[in-house]
Structure formats: C-alpha cells, structure tokens
Write a protein that binds this ligand. Structure first.
Ligand SMILES: [Zn+2]
Ligand SMILES: [Zn+2]
Length: 210
C-alpha cells in the first residue's frame, strides 16, 4: 500500500494520500492547502482519487478540497456535525486573516463505523467529537495499523477545545474510548507535527494520565 503524508497550507496541516497498489485508486485525507503539490503527487503516481476524507472542517484541513475535487472528481466527505464549519469557510478565513473561496458541495456525510473502500484498501471511520462536534479519525488496518487522528490526538498533547463547538470532556472521552483501545502498535498520524503511536500516548501523554 502507498501511504504518503506531507504538510500543506498555511498551518502546515498533515495531508495524507493512501492508495491501493493494484488499482491505483486513492483516498486523500485533509487536503488543507497547496492543491498543486497534492496534484503533482497524484499525477506522478498515476492515481485515481475517489474520496477526499476530512478529519474535521477547520479551514486548515479543507482549503484545497474544492480544487482537488475539480481536478479529480473525487467525493468530498465529512461528518454532518461539522457542516456548519465547512459552510463557514470564508468566515473562518476572515477571522484568521486570509481570503478563501466558497466551499464546494459536500458529496457524502460520513458516519461512525462506516467503512470506505478503494481497491484493496479499507478504512474505518471513527466519530471522535471534542476538537469539533464532527471530528473523525480514520483507522487503516493492514499488516500494521495506522490511525489518521486529525486534531484529536497529538504526540504528547490533544486538540484544543476552545474553538466553535469544542468540548474538553468530549475529546477526552473520545480518545479514551475510541483511540486508546486500539492496538498499542498502531501508528498515529496527527493533523499537525510528528507522528506517534498508541502505546506512547497511553504511557506519556499528560492529558490522558491520572
Ligand atoms: Zn482543527
Ligand atoms: Zn488543524
């Protein structure tokens, strides 16, 4: 399987591209900016992008979604509870001091435990509210498993909960009941910064101990 993660956009959001090596069908998680850079990767590897999955709808995770959809025809997918954020992309932009285009239409609302398949690749949707009401993580199970955690869980930290619809109690509950129950060896790719694993966060994350 092809998995590539690289930072994009104004807040260096980690964008991940995963693809089935046989069919070359692909999923992009959090196309948060730099549409050209993402499309260069897609073209270079000859990928057919089927879905654009969003861990949540903060602007730094959705900025390039419309452009990538226009170029590939991929479906824009997110949780319905983040629709209010997605629809307010331009308002978010104003608050953070930049201009954003009107967001493209949402094609599919993701729900908890839904499985998204492309080729031989399967990813499970986990609804993990807290950072935003519609925050999601995506769990990929292969030989070793990988979790795309968005801004819910970071190496040694957790997502902020002081923005629209955030809840500290919810994020702690989401992490403890949905993420820490995953296999210790699960690699965690966060929305920003370096990757980690479940074992390390269970043991050392100060927000999750005591
Ligand atoms: Zn966020
Ligand atoms: Zn973010």
């Amino acid at each position: 399987m092809l998995i590539s993660t690289f930072p994009v956009g104004p807040l260096q959001c980690n964008c991940s591209i995963i693809a089935c090596p046989e069919t070359k069908e692909a999923i992009i998680i959090d196309p948060g900016g730099d549409a050209e850079k993402i499309m260069d990767f897609v073209k270079e590897h000859g990928l057919t992008v089927k879905y654009l999955l969003h861990t949540h709808a903060h602007f730094d995770h959705i900025l390039a979604s419309g452009d990538i959809k226009d170029s590939t025809g991929a479906k824009i997918c997110l949780h319905k509870k983040d629709k209010f954020l997605y629809d307010n992309l331009q308002g978010q932009g104003m608050l953070f001091g930049f201009k954003a285009k009107k967001p493209s239409e949402i094609d599919h609302y993701l729900s908890d435990n839904e499985e998204i398949e492309v080729g031989k690749l399967k990813t499970t949707v986990l609804h993990t509210p807290g950072h935003t009401p519609g925050s999601l993580c995506f769990a990929l199970a292969e030989k070793e498993s990988t979790l795309f955690a968005g801004d819910t869980l970071f190496s040694g930290s957790i997502g902020r909960t002081d923005l629209w619809g955030g809840s500290f109690d919810d994020i702690i509950k989401s992490i403890k009941t949905r993420l820490l129950v995953l296999d210790d060896s699960t690699q965690v790719i966060s929305g920003h910064g370096e990757s980690t694993n479940i074992w390390q966060e269970k043991k050392y994350n100060p927000f999750l101990n005591g």
